[in-house]
Design a binder for this molecule. Structure first.
Ligand SMILES: [Zn+2]
Length: 235
């Protein structure tokens, strides 16, 4: 993808600063996919601090797929931060520099009237080693943005990869609620609205909700792939 990829499948950077390569010590570049009018100021500020490339994926339902395909084809690792997430600088720095091949941050998601915690594509990193070793991982048919993370995760999971999880949870500004994650006896607290905070600590509880989410999203977008649990498990 060129720095000013304003043509093609509906994404570009016409209204935002041009791409500036991420400086050391960040191991991979940061890309912020956004839809016009839905980029939160906090997310924009974080992206600018980390010299992110902003890419408008609002042009069509498959523009996000086209962006990922282009990034993957460049053969260099990259991270994504979607337009309404607000990680701390510390967590984002940690994720960008992590040596694991596939990393994600947890964040809240609302499905079927329930608020759940997912490990999705909202904040995710794919290392250079992974992108080069699995150079055909994006060789699936263009799909709706809402199942893109599930489809790609299916591919990587089938090839033996396990997402490396970073805590504490990232603020999802649209749902901004206080969250506590308890993992291996450690409490990870994220500020937000609401007291007491939402607490996540049961592997089985989160896995079940993850399957619900996967089925819901696939049925909404008529994805041909069968639902499998993945992004929302194993806290
Ligand atoms: Zn990691």
């Amino acid at each position: 993808m060129t720095p000013r990829a304003g043509s093609g499948a509906g994404f570009g950077v016409a209204t935002l600063p041009p791409w500036v390569p991420a400086p050391a010590p960040h191991a991979v570049k940061l890309v912020c996919p956004y839809v016009e009018g839905m980029l939160w100021p906090q997310t924009r500020a974080i992206g600018e601090r980390f010299n992110a490339q902003f890419a408008n994926v609002g042009g069509s339902d498959t523009a996000y797929h086209a962006l990922l395909t282009r990034l993957w084809a460049m053969g260099e690792g990259f991270a994504l931060l979607e337009h309404d997430l607000s990680p701390s600088d510390a967590l984002l720095s940690e994720l960008l520099a992590c040596e694991q091949p596939w990393c994600s941050g947890a964040y809240l998601y609302r499905a079927e009237g329930r608020t759940i915690l997912i490990w999705g594509q909202g904040i995710v990193k794919f290392s250079t080693r992974l992108v080069r070793a699995e150079s055909n991982a994006m060789a699936f048919a263009p799909c709706h943005w809402e199942v893109l993370d599930l489809v790609l995760a299916d591919v990587l999971t089938e090839r033996g990869y396990v997402v490396h999880q970073h805590l504490p949870a990232v603020r999802h500004l649209r749902l901004d609620m206080a969250v506590t994650v308890i993992k291996d006896g450690v409490r990870y607290e994220t500020p937000g609205r609401g007291e007491p905070p939402l607490v996540f600590q049961s592997r089985s509880e989160v896995s079940l909700l993850g399957r619900v989410l996967a089925r819901l999203r696939r049925s909404r977008t008529r994805s041909p792939r069968p639902p499998i649990p993945m992004m929302c498990s194993s806290i």
